[in-house]
Design a protein around this ligand. Structure first.
Ligand code: C5P
Length: 218
């Protein structure tokens, strides 16, 4: 009898991280940001000067990395890398190293480790299809590319980071294409998943939709 999982998958900058962590908070569940794991491996890869195309070498590194999460902060080998992993360039590098099956395999057990009582909300690309196929609720959360680029733009500006909307839109589309077309664990809406289109929804409305579906599934 494993604890329940709510799996929330979707493209980059769809708002799934914000929605997933709020749903976790409301239910008192644990939260897994699986994208952060790929970003951490990307950062490790960069620090060690590894070739992003060398899957086996990156997988070996991934197995050795000491990864921890505490109070919304992310640590790599005890160094606080919360900010460092959030850059656009690290997102792009993450999507490059995430194409390798060996790298994905190296991250399976750490993801399963997050499933503890009373339950877990997990967000990513393959939460429903690969990592937690028995999830109680599967949500595919998305928004139009322009809505997502605008959200990302606002976030960056709020952090004082300058960014151009057309560049962000191009980055998003490049990552969408790579994440959806790769051979292993591509981003797609699995059977039995509920579609949540958030372009016209507030964060509260999106959170409520997920909570209502979850209550309805009990
Ligand atoms: O969600 P986030 O933008 O932080 O993810 C960064 C990259 O990591 C994605 O573009 C994707 O290529 C990869 N990723 C993945 N599988 C996951 C989560 C993220 O391949 N479950």
């Amino acid at each position: 009898n494993l604890p329940p999982v709510i799996a929330i998958d979707g493209p980059t900058a769809s708002g799934k991280g914000t929605v997933a962590s709020l749903v976790a908070q409301k239910l008192g569940f644990h939260y897994l940001d699986s994208g952060a794991l790929y970003r951490l491996v990307a950062l490790g890869c960069q620090k060690h000067g590894l070739d992003p195309k060398n899957g086996p070498e990156i997988a070996e590194l991934a197995k050795k990395l000491v990864i921890s999460f505490k109070n919304g902060q992310v640590f790599l080998n005890l160094e606080d890398v919360t900010e460092a992993i959030r850059s656009e360039s690290m997102g792009l590098l993450a999507s490059q190293i995430a194409v390798h099956p060996e790298v994905r395999q190296a991250l399976v057990s750490i993801q399963h480790g997050f499933r503890t009582t009373p339950g877990l909300v997990a967000d990513g690309r393959d939460m429903a299809s690969v990592i937690f196929p028995d999830a109680s609720l599967k949500v595919f959360l998305t928004a139009t590319p322009s809505a997502r680029a605008e959200r990302r733009h606002k976030q960056l500006i709020a952090k004082g980071i300058s960014a151009k909307l057309p560049d962000l839109l191009q980055d998003l589309q490049e990552r969408d294409a790579r994440d959806s077309s790769r051979g292993t664990a591509p981003l797609f809406m699995t059977d039995g998943a509920k579609l949540l289109e958030t372009s016209e929804l507030s964060i509260d409305q999106a959170v409520k939709a997920v909570l209502d579906w979850y209550q309805g599934s009990l």
